[in-house]
Design a protein around this ligand. Structure first.
Ligand SMILES: C[S@@+](CC[C@H](N)C(=O)[O-])C[C@H]1O[C@@H](n2cnc3c(N)ncnc32)[C@H](O)[C@@H]1O
Length: 316
């Protein structure tokens, strides 16, 4: 690069994604492992990639595998990785044509009948212009979220898409259910798990990222897999709702439980949004604990679950 060329901006998530961790990244840094122990980075619930972008800039993994069960999402990553300029050209067209008629015409298309690049452009376009950035499909797997009411939706950020494309260079992308992690995880890998949240209450089950749902038995299967990967010698970090069923699943003598305060805004009713506590579980001594130990506030070893931060109770 010549000295006169501007530095490329740091890549940021290019999608609105329910459960996306962008707002929590600064709090998450305390729970990451030391860069020195990180070689390969795996993220089986990649979503918008918020954590990947931060891990990449802080821990410099030599190899990354991003996986998600959402086929549309993995296709978008693959197209950004392989042909970002063609994608930008199509998004320019969507931006020009955007309006009610164009939105519903695009929504009505079956993505399986589109080429990969057109399919990725449609996905980003709908994500940026639909109601609340939701991803919801009907029983036939077709996207069915109504158009949002935005005056000037940010359909295209060319610089960021190019920066993301650069960040994805050499990254292995997998459309896979989380159970497949067992097939590719190796001792020493750093793996971050961000499954769909365990519901805060019986009526707040939001898991509609894919045609399927993520149920209590999936949370249990994930916890069994995490225990297996712990035995295998991987460095593990997992976030989820701060609720007793999750705490019971990860009640393990070598796991540390920390907490962060999160805004959950996937509820369409504004009066039901608010701050909630989330747990961050690691099987290594997190930076936060190390700092507290250094300050003489905690002994190393098993972390007793910390008291929950005083947060307004969710009204869900
Ligand atoms: C909470 S979101 C991850 C958000 C991500 N960390 C971010 O910052 O954007 C959970 C993700 O899990 C994916 N998912 C749902 N069920 C899955 C499954 N059974 N296996 C793998 N991925 C799954 C969803 O498509 C969604 O992208």
């Amino acid at each position: 690069m010549s000295p006169s060329q501007p530095l490329q901006a740091a890549p940021r998530p290019f999608l609105k994604w329910a459960g996306g961790k962008r707002q929590l990244l600064d709090q998450f840094e305390r729970f990451l492992p030391e860069a020195a122990v990180v070689n390969r980075y795996l993220e089986p619930f990649a979503g918008s990639g918020a954590v990947f972008f931060r891990v990449r800039s802080l821990l410099f993994p030599t190899r990354t595998i991003l996986a998600d069960s959402n086929e549309e999402l993995i296709n978008v990553y693959a197209v950004i990785q392989s042909d970002v300029e063609a994608l930008i050209t199509l998004l320019r067209r969507h931006r020009r044509l955007h309006g009610r008629e164009h939105y519903y015409a695009m929504r009505g298309k079956n993505p399986a009948r589109l080429g990969e690049t057109a399919r990725a452009a449609r996905f980003i376009y709908l994500n940026k212009t639909c109601f609340n950035g939701l991803y919801r499909v009907n029983s036939r797997g077709l996207f069915n979220v109504p158009m949002g009411r935005y005056v000037n939706p940010p359909i295209l950020d060319e610089d960021n898409l190019r920066a993301v494309s650069e960040a994805l260079r050499g990254v292995k992308l997998l459309r896979a259910p989380f159970e497949k992690t067992l097939d590719y995880a190796r001792p020493g890998d750093f793996i971050y798990f961000d499954p769909p949240y365990h519901p805060l209450s019986d009526t707040s089950y939001f898991t509609a990222y894919t045609e399927g749902t993520f149920r209590a038995e999936d949370q249990r299967a994930l916890a069994r897999m995490v225990a297996e990967l712990h035995r295998r010698g991987c460095h593990l970090m997992l976030s989820n709702s701060d609720v007793d069923p999750i705490l019971r699943l990860y009640d393990h003598p070598e796991f540390h439980i920390g907490r962060v305060a999160a805004r959950r805004n996937i509820n369409s009713r504004a009066d039901r949004r608010g701050q909630v506590s989330e747990v961050v579980i690691t099987n290594y001594h997190p930076r936060a604990a190390a700092a507290e130990d250094a300050a003489g506030r905690r002994r190393p070893g098993r972390s007793a679950p910390q008291s929950r931060p005083a947060l307004p109770q969710p009204r869900i």
